[in-house]
Every structure is written in C-alpha cells, then in structure tokens.
Design a protein around this ligand. Structure first.
Ligand code: NAD
Ligand code: UFG
Length: 337
C-alpha cells in the first residue's frame, strides 16, 4: 500500500518505515524535523535497500498537506507526528494542544477531502492512567490523564472514533503503546534525544556511555516487588511490526479497532538497570530519589487481543532490548553530524 507516514523520521516512525518497506509497501515520510534528522531517511535506505521520499513540512499546515496528498493517491496514513515529553506538556500545554490536536485535526480533515480512509494512530498506555487492576486490556476504562500530553492522546482517539462513525467506510486503528525501547539491530537507527532524556532507557544508556553522571531512580517505596515502578517495555522493532499487522487488518475492511501493543510482562526500574549492566558490561551508577509526580506504581499490558486479531506478538526480550539499545548508543555518537 502507498502509505503516508507522518513523523516517519522519528524514533518509532523510522523503525515502522523499515518494516513497511520490507513488507513491500511504498512509504512517503512527512516530518518537520523538529525532533529528527533528515539523514535517518538515508539510513532507512541502507537497511532496506529503498530510500523513502522525505517531504519536510508541518502537519498543521493544511496547504502543505493538500500538496502532499494531491500529488500521490495514498491508501493509508500512519500518524506518528507529535510532541511527546510529558513534563514539557505541563509547562507548555498549548504547544501540545496545537501540534498534537490541531495537527491531527488538519491531517484528518485533509484525509477526508482527499478520500484517504485508512489510518493507524500512535496512542499511548497513558490513557489508562492509574488503573485499579493490571494488566490492562483494551476494555479497561480510560481515565482522565494526569498531564496535557495524555489528554491530547485521548482527545485524538475520540476525534478518530467520531470520524469513523461519521464516515462508515473508514478503517481506524488506535494503537496504545506501552514503553518502547531498543533499536534496530543494524545499529543505524534508534532513539536519539536532543536534550536530557525524560525516559528511563535513554537515560540509562547515556549514563552508561558517560554522557550523564548518574541515574535518579524515582522512588523505591512503591508497592512492587523491589519498591520501584513496573512498566511493560517493548522492543521498538516488535512495536513497528505491530503497525504493519494493523495496516493489514485495515485493508480487510472498514471499522475502528483499539489494540494494546505491549509484551504482557512487567519489569521494575532496578531489574532494567541490572539487565542493561549485564548486556553492556558497564556499570550504571544510580541514586534513589523521591517519586516523580504523576508516575503510577505499575502498568503493563494484556496484549492478547492483538495476538488474537492481528496475529501479532512481541518476541524480543529485555536482554535483546538492552543489547540493541547499547549497540545504538555506541554508534549514535559516531553518526551525529
Ligand atoms: P519522535 O519525537 O521520535 O517522533 C515524532 C516525529 O514527529 C519527529 O520526527 C518530529 O520531528 C515529528 N514532528 C513533530 N511535530 C511535527 C509536526 N508538526 N509536523 C510534522 N512532523 C512533526 O517520537 P516517537 O517516540 O517516535 O513517538 C512517535 C509517536 O508515538 C508520537 O505520537 C508519540 O506521542 C507516540 N508515543 C510514543 C511513546 C514513546 O515512549 N516513545 C509512547 C506512546 C506513544
Ligand atoms: N524512571 C526513573 N528515572 C528516570 C526516568 C524514569 O526512575 O530518570 C522510572 C519512572 O519513575 C517509571 C519508569 O522509570 O517508573 C519508566 O519511566 P519512563 O519515563 O521511561 O516511562 P513512563 O512509563 O513514565 O512514560 C512512558 C512515556 C509516555 C507514555 C507512557 C505510556 O514517556 O509518553 O510511557 O505508558 F505515555
């Protein structure tokens, strides 16, 4: 299928572009490069043998979208483009409502006008908030998010749900990601935060490579097996394969589906540090500090619906996630510039 990938130069989008190309889809990337480098597209080409077209522009710009969608008859859109830093969204909420919500609104309007009726959307497990029971299935009620970023994901899910009701020929997949980590095993693409990382795995990797002095572990007094937070870490390549599986589902006919993309296994912060040290052979100095506001004790997925309906299952374990992150971290410095 001819697939427009918004945010396709970013972390998850670039890995998904690789899997799409390897499965024979034609990929065009739209990205404003606000959190990515154009050279990523060449590296996608190195991995797959096909360099996708990159069109640099902003999804909030409707005339830009009209030009892109007017030039090619796309079969589907994969929508990754967004801002994603939870803390920043608290400090600058309107920026998040603008890029994430207005950007998605412009994109969906343009899809309606250009007759593109299939979309895969990057949602987040953050829509489950602090659930009463884990693991969470797609039937677990969503909760009012604790930050503006989470609200934007919930609102866009609703926008797409409403659109699928008003346009019954549409096919919509809302993919709720758990905690994507790891990198492509070529070492050519991975997560490359410009600023100090917000998330645990890139922070660990930067401490291991001595870019940062020490990791702060946010709380060891949670009601978990070692007192630290539990999350469902998923290898980004498994996550990317979940997208191609969802696209295949959309090709079967119209409807609206929600899928958890996780492994179904929870890992504590201390367990992830241990696994990274074992995989890299490098010590990760850390210090226990107070809890981070808004964090939940534990969140992991029941991913059985995706396995049942998409035939998709995450196969890469924590060790693989750490090995691939470390390989990428060591290569990333050399690839900069
Ligand atoms: P990323 O920042 O690496 O990728 C997002 C891409 O979108 C970047 O390349 C950026 O340049 C681009 N972009 C941003 N604003 C744009 C705009 N206005 N117009 C065009 N392009 C724009 O982030 P990621 O981790 O790859 O996340 C991809 C998607 O997955 C996002 O929607 C994010 O909210 C969602 N998500 C991520 C996580 C995670 O932990 N990484 C978890 C759940 C959901
Ligand atoms: N943590 C630390 N130290 C750090 C960073 C994180 O101890 O420097 C801990 C957190 O307290 C938490 C765990 O590591 O227990 C994971 O934290 P992340 O920031 O890596 O991930 P979150 O689960 O908080 O959030 C992520 C994404 C969100 C997304 C959410 C969905 O950042 O965008 O997963 O579950 F919404």
């Amino acid at each position: 299928m001819k697939t427009l990938v918004t945010g396709g130069a970013g972390y998850i989008g670039s890995h998904t572009a690789v899997e799409l190309i390897l499965e024979g889809h034609e990929v065009v990337i739209v990205d404003d490069l606000s959190n990515a480098k154009a050279s990523v597209v060449d590296r996608i080409g190195q991995i797959t043998g096909v360099t996708p077209e990159l069109i640099v522009g902003d999804i909030r710009d409707r005339s830009f979208l009209d030009t892109v969608m007017g030039s090619t008859a796309f079969d589907a859109v994969m929508h990754f483009a967004a801002l994603k830093a939870v803390g920043e969204s608290v400090r600058e909420p309107l920026k998040y409502w603008d890029v994430n919500v207005s950007g998605s609104l412009r994109l969906i309007e343009a899809m309606v006008d250009h007759g593109i009726e299939r979309i895969v959307f990057s949602s987040s497990a953050t829509v489950y908030g602090d659930p009463e029971v884990v693991p969470v299935s797609e039937d677990t009620p969503v909760r009012p998010p604790s930050n503006p970023y989470g609200w934007t994901k919930l609102v866009i899910e609703q926008m797409l749900t409403d659109t699928s009701v008003a346009h019954p020929s549409w096919a919509v997949a809302l993919l709720r990601y758990f905690n994507p980590i790891g990198a492509h095993d070529s070492g050519l693409i991975g997560e490359d935060p410009n600023d100090e990382p917000n998330n645990l795995m890139p922070y660990i990797a930067q401490v291991a490579s001595e870019k940062l002095p020490e990791l702060s572990v946010f709380g060891d007094d949670y009601p978990t097996r070692d007192g630290t937070g539990i999350r469902d870490y998923i290898h980004v390549v498994d996550l990317a394969k979940g997208h191609t599986a969802a696209l295949a589902r959309l090709a079967e006919g119209p409807g609206r589906w929600v899928y958890n993309l996780g492994t179904g296994r929870g890992t504590t912060v201390l367990e992830l540090i241990d696994a990274f040290e074992a995989a890299s052979g490098v010590k990760v100095p850390y210090r226990i500090v107070g809890r981070r506001p808004g964090d939940v004790a534990e969140l992991w997925a029941d991913p059985s619906r995706a396995e049942r309906e998409l035939g998709w299952k995450a196969t890469r374990d924590i060790e693989q996630m750490c090995v691939d992150t470390w390989r990428w971290q060591q290569h990333a410095t050399g690839l900069e510039g």
